[in-house]
Design a protein around this ligand. Sequence first.
Ligand code: ZN
Length: 191
Amino acid sequence: MDENNKQYFELFTIRDVPVFLHFSSVIALTLFFLLWLIDDFSYFIFYFAVFPIIIIHELGHAYYAQKLNCNVNSICIYVIHGLCNCDEADTLYDNAKIAWGGVLAQFVVLLITTALVLLFGFPQSDYFSKYILCFQVGNIGMLILNLIPFDPLDGKTAWKIIPLWYRHNFKKDIKNPKDSKKSVSHLRVIK
Ligand SMILES: [Zn+2]
């Protein structure tokens, strides 16, 4: 991504990776927020609950990519999906690991949130209670969706880890044909 592109706003930088919001996601967040203010649509809480999950998911890809010595150029967040722009890994096995990074990050957050709810219960506030519920349901929904084995979802690359793990351990790794930068792209359609 061209970082001077005016369509993106830098949200923060983590481990030298800039996280950008595309203007479409800023418009969506503003719109949902305004609609929520005008009319107390609890329904819109869902978008605010799911939005951080998209960021967590992409950070998971970035974490694994860096762990495998792949350069992570940026993370871009759109209305219903995100992109982790990183270099290709050396082997297809490592590529599959990076594909798992997104859902693993979601799973860790799911476990932590579930543990907190079990320990302390849902918050007293009706609003926060609904928010946590949406956050959990949204997280589980996106986890399942991302693991469906079809493009452009992670599942397509992620499930290949089983035969690739076998090759890695008992035969020989398959080199990755590195032709270009890789974009780990995922559709997150919330319905
Ligand atoms: Zn992903």
